[in-house]
Design a protein around this ligand. Structure first.
Ligand code: NAD
Length: 485
């Protein structure tokens, strides 16, 4: 065993108590779906974890009816402090079952246990605790006097942070007094189904939370349902656009959290080693399946070579492999389709003349994997500089002046996140002011907190999640700028 080899330290799956087949969660019960059941697969082994029901249009209709009934008969009649008690109870159960949820998420998604254990699940609980506290204080949120819930919220989430995206959606919706029908992504439904069990365990009134599983068609029938008051979507820009088209002209409120192509800007006065850590967490955290990833690195020209060589040295120490191993830094890509997309975009980088470097790592025989990769000599016109890769691939470009850094950072159809690395606070503030991105980190990256609003500009969507701003999309308001359309 070499100096930096680690013995395997796999997390045990014995904490899991999974069913072989899962139904839909409607009206507080697991019921059969009427579509074609599908398998959810572990991306690191390609083994089937469980079979999951597909909700048809008629199933979606039942779920919406259950949510409407729960809204009219129970949830809207309950005081904020009563609603808050349920949210606090859910938050505590999430903490109690944290290890089980972390293992289930890692199994279903492919991300390292270190991340689900230390980031995803603690944030999920924090989100519920945070919004539980708002449930009886809505009049102080800044949404106007006597704020009212909207009714039934339809919520659709992606596969990159399955349970965390569920928490971002369900916690504020329930705190504001709405009931929900949520559709998890087809490749990662498992933790949403475990969350349904937690709703039962918390004695949440039947129908307040409903979970319908399925793919795009199920999502489309949910969005088009005539009896919903609100759509909250997190996912790709093309699907977000379709949803906006479906809802154009209707009174349904919409928030869209879409893709990104975040710029991480390093000035020559930055603490370089600290910046390297931020770049690594910015694009290699969660295999780069992060909407706000710092996927474009803008380095001041005079430090380019130093930054790139330190980055390559650091990336060579990352361990890729079994996501359940506590030593693993880079897990599996979530699906075969996503791996194909990453591969195709990386190949376009080669074809368009950029220089590829990948960390030398052993790729397991089974599963979907992509090594940490850095492209240098990238031009702003290259596809790898413009399109969201949603994988562990970094595109490095240079700049000479602060104005050039800003111009290059803003040269994207997206506007979700950015990072600034400099010693000078005045420069940080001046640059942040000029960047067209919803979230800007300075001397750090990918930090999340339930009290902080998150959301995009331009093709990254509209509306904010998190903080008191995250309540507005779920409350009636005469001011449309408060929370989406
Ligand atoms: P996707 O748009 O393909 O799917 C997202 C969800 O929408 C899934 O549940 C899917 O089943 C559903 N869906 C697909 N077609 C639909 C339709 N026609 N109508 C309704 N629902 C439909 O995205 P994905 O590949 O699962 O996720 C990756 C994308 O999500 C990336 O672009 C990423 O940037 C984005 N994302 C954004 C944020 C954010 O907060 N801005 C957070 C996480 C991920």
């Amino acid at each position: 065993m070499g100096f930096l080899d680690y013995a395997p330290a796999p997390e045990s799956t014995s904490v899991l108590n999974l069913q072989k087949d899962y139904g839909l969660f409607i009206g507080g019960e697991f019921v059969d779906g009427h579509g074609s059941a599908f398998a959810t697969v572990s991306p690191s082994t390609e083994e089937v974890i469980a079979t999951v029901a597909e909700a048809t249009e008629a199933d979606v209709d039942k779920a919406v009816a259950a949510a409407r009934k729960a809204y009219d008969k129970t949830w809207s009649r309950m005081s904020g402090s009563e609603r808050g008690k349920y949210l606090f109870r859910i938050a505590r159960i999430l903490q109690e079952r944290a290890r089980e949820l972390a293992v289930a998420e890692t199994l279903d998604n492919g991300k390292p246990i270190r991340e689900t254990r230390d980031v995803d699940i603690p944030l999920v609980a924090a989100w519920f605790f945070y919004y539980a506290g708002w449930a009886d204080k809505l009049e102080y949120a800044g949404a106007g006097p006597n704020p009212k819930a909207l009714g039934v919220a339809a919520q659709i989430i992606p596969w990159n942070f399955p349970l965390l995206m569920l928490a971002w959606k369900i916690a504020p919706a329930l705190a504001a007094g709405n009931t929900v029908v949520l559709k998890p992504a087809e490749t990662t439904p498992l933790t949403a189904l475990l969350f349904a069990e937690i709703c039962q365990q918390a004695d949440l009134p039947a129908g307040v939370v409903n979970i319908v599983t399925g793919a795009g068609a199920t999502g489309a029938s949910l969005v088009a349902h005539p009896d919903i008051n609100k759509v909250a979507f997190t996912g790709s820009t093309p699907v977000g656009r379709k949803i906006a088209q479906t809802l154009a002209g209707s009174s349904t409120k919409v928030t869209l959290e879409l893709g990104g192509k975040g710029a991480n800007i390093i000035f020559d006065d930055a603490a370089i080693d600290q910046a390297i850590e931020g770049v690594v967490s910015g694009i290699f955290f969660n295999q780069g399946h992060v909407c706000c990833a710092g996927s474009r690195l803008l380095v001041q020209e005079n430090i380019h070579d130093d930054v790139v060589s330190r980055l390559q040295r650091r990336l060579s120490t990352l361990r890729l492999g079994d996501p359940l191993d506590k030593n693993t830094d880079i897990g599996a890509v979530n699906s075969k389709a996503q791996l194909a997309r990453i591969t195709e975009l990386a190949n376009s980088g080669d074809e368009e003349g950029a220089n590829r470097w990948s960390a030398a790592c052993e790729i397991p025989a089974k599963g979907f994997w992509f090594p940490p990769t850095v492209f240098t000599d990238v031009h702003t016109s290259h596809r790898i500089a413009r399109e969201e890769i949603f994988g562990p691939v970094l595109s490095v470009m240079t700049f000479r002046t602060p104005d050039e850094a800003v111009a290059k950072a803003n040269n994207t159809p997206y506007g979700l996140s950015a990072g600034i690395w400099t010693e000078k606070a005045s420069r940080m503030l001046a640059i942040a002011d000029k960047l067209r991105a919803g979230v800007i980190w300075a001397n750090t990256f990918n930090k999340f907190d339930p009290a902080s609003p998150f959301g995009g500009y331009k093709e990254s969507g509209y509306g904010r999640e998190g903080g008191r701003h995250g309540l507005f999309p779920y409350l009636e308001s005469s001011d449309w700028t408060k929370g989406g359309r």
